[in-house]
Every structure is written in C-alpha cells, then in structure tokens.
Design a protein around this ligand. Structure first.
Ligand code: SF4
Length: 187
C-alpha cells in the first residue's frame, strides 16, 4: 500500500502536538481554507508516493520521540494508509495526533459507509478538527490556527459518545492587564 506525502518525515517537532514528535506530512487536501499556509499540499497528484512499509520502518528507527503527528494536506483523504500507520504506531506505544479539515462529527458520518474512519479514530489519541477559519485566526492558540478548531481527546470522546476536549489546550487564559501592576507601583 502506498501513501502520498508532501515531504520527508520530520523528526523532533515541538509545534505539532505535545512533546517531541515525528510529523508525517500527507499530500492532498480538498478543503481550500482561505489563508491556508500549506497550499502546496493541496494537489492530489504532486508530492511523492511512499510505501507504507517504508513509513513503518522509519517509525521503527525513532528515538526520543513522544509520538507521531499526521498532518498535511488532509491525512483522512488517504484513510487506508493512515489507518495502517496509526495501527502500527499504536502497537509501538507511540502517541498519535492527527490534524484534519473534517470535523469529528463529519468523520463519524463518513464512518457509516467506511468503517476504516471509525477504526482510525479507535487508534489515535488526539484529533485537531475542522477547517482553518481566517476570521477566527489567533497567534495565541496552542497547536491550532483558529479558535473554531478543537483539540479533541479521542479515546474519551469515544467512551462518552460525545466530543471531549483536551482541557489544557482549549481553555482561555485570562491575563491581567499590565496597567494594573503599574497602578500598584505608583500609588
Ligand atoms: S485543511 Fe489544512 S491543509 Fe487543507 S486547506 Fe485547510 S488549512 Fe490548508
């Protein structure tokens, strides 16, 4: 089985999920989000084909990585291949995050006609779901580009049959304005 990737598998990322991660960049995305930073990953004919067995071999050689992240492009457009990779990564006790332009609810619906989508959810730990919305873009968000996207605890969501977020990455911190401190100093 082959998977179309946009670039080499990238080790030691600290921005694509919690900890030190290896990122698998898939090629091909149908979502066309306005303001997308990865436009070169949209085409379904560009990038390069890699045997999934080669990807697994590369996972075998990983050292000092907390997990893998599937990103793109949209990994779910190659569901058979990313399922095989997720199952293998899980068998090696690697933590798995996945970015997708589909929402969790859309994936559940897609799973009604293709069980591999549900199997995929059963194998991953965290899903960052939904299209990038430039109107909701913020640089203060951790691990996501716009506030509509959700960082979902997938095992908990499956168990409770509703979307459960990873609290620490979805809570909004309230910062005290600086002038309050100044007021204290000068009075
Ligand atoms: S889902 Fe991601 S890769 Fe696809 S268009 Fe939107 S931001 Fe770009």
């Amino acid at each position: 089985m082959m998977i179309r990737l946009s670039s080499k598998i990238q080790k030691d990322s600290i921005v694509d999920g919690e900890g030190i991660r290896t990122v698998i960049w898939t090629q091909g995305c149908p979502h066309n989000c306005v303001g997308c930073h990865n436009k070169e990953t949209h085409s379904f004919s560009e990038g390069h084909l890699v045997d999934v067995e080669d990807v697994k071999n590369q996972l075998d050689e990983l050292e000092c990585q907390d997990g893998i992240t599937l990103s793109g492009g949209d990994p779910l457009c190659q569901i058979d291949a990313v399922l095989a990779i997720a199952q293998y990564a899980k068998s090696k006790n690697l933590n798995i995050w996945c970015y997708t332009g589909y929402t969790y609810d859309q994936i559940l619906k897609m799973g009604q006609s293709n069980n591999n989508y549900l199997q995929f959810l059963n194998n991953i730990d965290v899903l960052i779901d939904g299209k990038f919305d430039i109107a909701k873009k913020s640089l203060n968000l951790k691990f996501k580009g716009s506030s509509n996207q959700r960082i979902i605890d997938v095992p908990k969501s499956i168990l409770r049959n509703r979307v459960c977020l990873v609290k620490k990455y979805n809570s909004v911190k309230k910062y005290k304005p600086l002038y309050e401190k100044c007021e204290y100093i000068f009075t």
